[in-house]
Design a binder for this molecule. Structure first.
Ligand SMILES: [Zn+2]
Length: 108
C-alpha cells in the first residue's frame, strides 16, 4: 500500500498555512515588552512569563514549519513515505505529526 501523495501534499500545505499563521501570531506576542510601568508590576511579570512560554511555542512552530517544508521537498524522492531502516510504509498521520520521522517506532 502506498500513500496518496497528492492528498498528503495538500494536507502538508494546509498545515504549513496554519503553522505560518501561528508563527505570525506568536511573533506578535513575543515582541519586546514595553519598559513603561503603566501595566503594573504584577501584570508585567505575567507578561514576561507569558512571553517566554510564547517564545518556546514560536521556536517549536518554526521548527515544525521547517520540517514540513523539508517533508514537502523530499516527497518526490524515491523512498519517501517509507521508513529508512525497514522499508515499511509510514502512516500518513505520523508523517503529518512528525514529518521529520524516518524510522518507525520499532526501529527508532
Ligand atoms: Zn522499522
Amino acid at each position: 500500500m502506498s500513500i496518496d501523495k497528492e492528498t498528503l501534499r495538500e494536507n502538508i500545505n494546509l498545515e504549513l498555512q496554519k503553522v505560518r499563521k501561528d508563527i505570525t501570531d506568536l511573533e506578535e506576542l513575543t515582541k519586546p515588552i514595553s519598559p513603561e510601568n503603566s501595566i503594573g508590576r504584577i501584570s508585567r511579570m505575567d507578561a514576561i512569563n507569558n512571553k517566554s512560554v510564547n517564545e518556546a511555542s514560536l521556536h517549536q512552530a518554526r521548527d515544525k514549519y521547517n520540517k514540513l517544508e523539508e517533508a514537502l521537498s523530499r516527497m518526490d524522492e524515491a523512498g519517501f513515505g517509507l521508513y529508512v531502516r525497514c522499508g515499511e510504509p509510514i502512516p500518513e498521520g505520523r508523517i503529518m505529526l512528525m514529518p521529520h520521522s524516518r524510522k518507525c517506532v520499532r526501529c527508532a
